[in-house]
Every structure is written in C-alpha cells, then in structure tokens.
Design a protein around this ligand. Structure first.
Ligand SMILES: C[S@@+](CC[C@H](N)C(=O)[O-])C[C@H]1O[C@@H](n2cnc3c(N)ncnc32)[C@H](O)[C@@H]1O
Length: 261
C-alpha cells in the first residue's frame, strides 16, 4: 500500500469518513441504475464483490435490493463502520466486510461465498499504484467470478475529462471540516498529484490539521479498457452516470460495464 493511502484512509480515517458519508445520500439512486444494468444481463440476485468498499454504501444498498455483498477495504475503521451501518440497515446477514489489501484479493476473500456474479469498484478507487497492480486486482476479481459475471466501475475520474476541464484548485466544506484541494496534472504520464489540506473550524478561525499528497494514475477510456481486457473483462457500455444511464461524454464521470469472458 502506498504511503498516501495509509495516511488518508488509515491515519486520517475519521476525516475521510466525513467526506465519504456525504456520498451516502446519492447512493441508492446510483445502485438502482446498477440494478437496471444488471437486469439487462439477466442478473437479478447473487453474489456481489465490492472492491475498495469504503464504509460499505454500495454493498449495503445492493444487499437491500436482495444481493449478497462482500466488501473489501484496507481501512479497519471503514470496515468497522460498514458493519455498524449494515446492522442499522438490517442487512448484516447479507453483507460481509473484510479488511485487506485488494492486491491480495484471493487471499483476503478466502472461503467467502463465490463465485461472484457482480464486481463493483466505485469512486475512483483505481490507479493508486501501478498498471501491473491494477491488472493483478482485476485479474483476481475475474478468477473469483463466474463466466458472464458483470463488472461495474462507477463515479471514476478519466483523462478525457482533464483534457477539456482541469480545475487546479477546489474547496469543500463538510461539517466542521474544510478541505482545500490543489492539483498538478502531468499529461505525459496521466499522473495526478492532488494535495488535500484539512482544516477544522474553530469559531471564526480555521485550525490546520494536516496535508496529504495523493498521487494517482488517471486512466483514459482506452487504457482502462485495455487493462480490463487483459484481466478477462470485455467492456460493453459506458455511461455518464449510473443514475441517469445517459451515455458518457468527456464532461461526465466514467461509469463502465464489462463482462467476464
Ligand atoms: C475513494 S474511496 C471509495 C470508497 C467506496 N468505494 C465508496 O464509493 O464509498 C477509496 C477506498 O479505497 C480503499 N483502498 C485504497 N487502496 C486499497 C487497497 N490497496 N486495498 C483495499 N482498499 C483500498 C480506501 O480505504 C478507500 O476506502
């Protein structure tokens, strides 16, 4: 695991949890769209593998729709929060959350229900290390899935977007946290370096908490498609969002569908 992932998702798990919790409100409609896509493939129930599941928002809504979900995440705090939320949503029996590195996916999954009918990876949870590591992750996911299984990659950054719209800075306020983001993008390598500076509100003032420098590879559609084909997944569709199921364009996020071949 890279140092920045440990710093952001483990050391500062409490801060990232606040940001992740903001996404829960839009998860159900996104999962409804995923369910529609899956039903086009005749998949209406079965085993779901949620790669880098965070605190379980997609797994939990998939479980509420009748699927059996297994989420894997490197952060103990997120996995524990996912289990707590599964209990609150009354889907503990239909969900399993495992702490572990997705690069060692087969070992982490062990004997949990398989093969998987659906594999999900949401919110730019790829490109964190090398092409080879991502290939290893999606190849293992393929080996753990049945033929005809469907892979959904959602809410993901892509380099086509950056070629038409690049925001060097942005600002986010979540509860008592202020997050300032500044970005440097290298077009020649497709590497994005984003500095996240966290501040806590203290009355009228801000107290600096910490800075995390995130370095990740932003895939183009063709690069990611080539990686998935190598891993045994054939891309079949690209949407701008799983909520609307409108076609993808350079200004939307990447929401892709691939089939295990
Ligand atoms: C941007 S968050 C997405 C979380 C979740 N998919 C969601 O949409 O709410 C990225 C997640 O990837 C996890 N992660 C990063 N590298 C990982 C690795 N090598 N193995 C397992 N989880 C990892 C982090 O802990 C974090 O929860």
């Amino acid at each position: 695991m890279s140092n920045w992932t440990k710093k952001l998702f483990i050391r500062h798990a409490d801060l990232f949890l606040k940001i992740m919790n903001e996404r829960w409100s839009r998860t159900e409609e996104s999962v409804n769209g995923m369910i529609k896509v899956l039903s086009n493939f005749g998949i209406t129930s079965g085993n779901v593998l949620d790669l880098c599941c965070g605190n379980g928002r997609v797994s939990i809504y998939m479980a509420k729709k009748g699927f059996k979900a297994t989420g894997v995440d490197m952060s103990k705090a997120f996995v524990e929060d996912a289990r707590k939320k599964a209990k609150e949503h009354k889907v503990s029996k239909r969900t399993t959350f495992l702490e572990g590195d997705v690069k060692n996916l087969k070992r982490v999954i062990g004997r949990v229900s398989q093969p998987f009918d659906v594999v999900i990876n949401v919110w730019t949870a790829i490109g964190y290390s090398s092409f080879e590591d991502d290939l290893k992750i999606f190849s293992q996911a393929r080996q753990l899935s049945r033929e005809g299984a469907v892979l959904l990659i959602g809410e993901t950054a892509h380099s086509e977007y950056l070629s038409v719209k690049f925001m060097p800075t942005s600002y986010m306020e979540v509860g008592d946290i202020i997050l300032l983001e500044s970005r440097i993008y290298d077009q020649t390598t497709s590497q994005m370096q984003t500095t996240w500076a966290f501040y806590k509100k203290r009355g009228e003032d801000l107290k600096f908490v910490d800075r995390v420098v995130i370095v990740h590879h932003v895939y183009s559609v063709s690069e990611l498609s080539a990686l998935l084909r190598k891993a045994g997944w054939e891309p079949t569709a690209f949407y701008g969002s799983f909520v609307t199921l409108q076609p993808m364009n350079p200004l939307t996020s990447l929401n892709m569908v691939a089939r295990a071949v």
